[in-house]
Design a protein around this ligand. Structure first.
Ligand SMILES: C=C(O[C@@H]1C=C(C(=O)O)C=C[C@H]1O)C(=O)O
Length: 358
C-alpha cells in the first residue's frame, strides 16, 4: 500500500470517528432525557430488559467484520456510559447539592448560627458522667463565650462491656446545666424510637459515625424540627456521606451540619485519618455547614491544636473537641480529652490563630 493510500484511509477513519462522536453526543442527550423521565416516574435507571432488546436488535441487523461478542461488548460500554450520564444528572438535583441551592445554608441553634462565615466551636465531655462533671466543663466553656456544648448520653461503644452512657439521665443532666448557663446541647441519639424523647432535652441531634447509614434513623431525624449534626461514617466515601445527608433533607429538615471525624485507613499513628480535604469538597458539593471533630479523628490530645488550626485554615464552620475535668478517670476516651487548663490554652491559641487568619 502506498503512503498516499494509507493517509487517505486514515482520513476516512477520522471522518467516521467524528460521525460516531456526533452520534454519541446525540445519543447521550436522548439518554439524559430518558433519565429525566425515569426520575419523574421513580423508575430504576438500569433497565436490563431494555438493554437485552437493544442488543438483540443490533445483532439481528449486524453483518460486519467484528465478532458478535465485540459488538456486544462495545454497546454494553455505551449503555454503561449512559447510565453514568443519568447518574450525574440525578446527582445534580440532590437537595443538599450546591447546584440545587447555591447559597450557604445557615443552621440556627437557639440564635447561634453555624455556616454564616463565623467559625465556631462546640466543646464538652465525651460522655456525660455526672451533673458536677458537666457543669465544671460548661463553666469553662462560658469563660470563652462558647454557647455550644457537646456530651454523650447514649454511647455506641466498640465493646458491649464498656460504659454505654447514662441514657435519659444523661439527657436530663445536659439540659439542666445548659438551662442554668444558657448553653445549647448537642448529643447523639442512636435509635429512631429515642428521637421524640430527645426533642425535650436536646438542641441539636447528633447522628454518630456508626449510624451514618442507619437509614431509619436518618429518615426519622429528617422529619423533626431540630438541627442535626451528621458525622461521617468510619469508612464512608464523600458521596455516601452526602447521600446520608440527603436522606435527612428529603424528609424536610434542612438544618444539617456535616461533620468530618476521620476515616479508617492503614495508618495507626492516629486513631483515624483526618480527611481534611473533605471540608472544602463538602463545601463545594453541598450548601451545608461543615464541622471537624479533632478529638475522634486523631485520638491524640497532642494533635488537637494543630488539627483544629488546620480545620479553621481550610474553612471549617465548626470545630469540635472534647474536654473533661479529669481525663485520666473519664469513663470513655480518656487518652484524647483535654483537661480544663489544657482547654483554656487550646482556646486561647485558637482564638489568636483565628485573628491571624483574617
Ligand atoms: C437509556 C436508558 O437507560 C439505560 C441505558 C440504556 C442505553 O444506553 O441504551 C438502556 C437501558 C438502561 O439501562 C433506557 O432505559 O432506555
Amino acid at each position: 500500500m502506498s503512503e498516499n493510500q494509507l493517509a487517505k484511509l486514515r482520513e476516512q477513519v477520522d471522518q467516521i470517528n467524528l460521525q460516531i462522536l456526533e452520534l454519541l453526543n446525540e445519543r447521550g442527550k436522548i439518554v439524559q432525557a430518558i433519565g429525566e423521565e425515569k426520575k419523574k416516574h421513580g423508575t430504576n435507571r438500569f433497565d436490563p430488559v431494555r438493554e437485552r432488546e437493544s442488543l438483540d436488535l443490533l445483532l439481528k441487523n449486524y453483518d460486519g467484520p467484528y465478532t458478535e461478542a465485540t459488538i456486544k461488548h462495545l454497546f454494553k460500554q455505551i449503555f454503561k456510559a449512559s447510565l453514568e450520564l443519568q447518574k450525574i444528572d440525578y446527582e445534580k438535583t440532590l437537595l443538599v447539592s450546591r447546584k440545587a441551592h447555591p447559597e450557604n445554608t445557615v443552621v440556627n441553634i437557639n440564635g447561634e448560627t453555624v455556616g454564616d462565615g463565623v467559625q465556631r466551636f462546640v466543646m464538652g465531655p465525651c460522655a456525660v458522667e455526672s451533673y458536677e462533671q458537666v457543669r465544671e466543663v460548661a463553666l469553662a466553656l462560658k469563660e470563652h463565650g462558647l454557647t455550644l456544648m457537646r456530651g454523650g448520653a447514649y454511647k455506641p461503644r466498640t465493646s458491649p462491656y464498656d460504659f454505654q452512657g447514662l441514657g435519659v439521665e444523661g439527657l436530663k443532666i445536659l439540659r439542666q446545666v445548659a438551662d442554668e448557663l444558657e448553653l445549647s446541647v448537642i448529643t447523639e441519639i442512636v435509635t429512631p424510637q429515642d428521637v421524640e424523647l430527645a426533642l425535650d432535652y436536646v438542641d441539636v441531634i447528633q447522628v454518630g459515625a456508626r449510624n451514618m447509614q442507619n437509614f431509619e434513623l436518618l429518615k426519622t431525624v429528617g422529619t423533626v424540627k431540630k438541627p442535626v449534626l451528621l458525622k461521617r461514617g468510619l469508612s464512608a466515601t464523600i458521596s455516601e456521606f452526602i447521600n446520608a445527608a440527603e436522606y435527612i433533607m428529603a424528609g424536610g429538615n434542612d438544618q444539617i451540619i456535616l461533620c468530618e471525624r476521620g476515616i479508617r485507613t492503614y495508618e495507626r499513628a492516629t486513631r483515624n485519618t483526618l480527611d481534611i480535604s473533605a471540608v472544602p469538597i463538602l463545601k463545594k458539593e453541598t450548601h451545608l455547614p461543615v464541622a471537624v471533630d479533632v478529638t475522634h479523628s486523631t485520638g491524640r490530645r497532642d494533635l488537637l491544636l494543630p488539627t483544629a488550626k488546620a480545620a479553621l485554615a481550610i474553612g471549617a464552620d465548626l470545630v469540635m473537641a472534647e474536654v473533661h475535668p479529669d481525663p485520666a478517670v473519664a469513663l470513655s476516651d480518656s487518652l484524647q480529652q483535654m483537661d480544663i487548663p489544657q482547654f483554656h490554652d487550646f482556646m486561647n491559641e485558637l482564638n489568636a490563630f483565628k485573628e491571624r487568619l483574617v
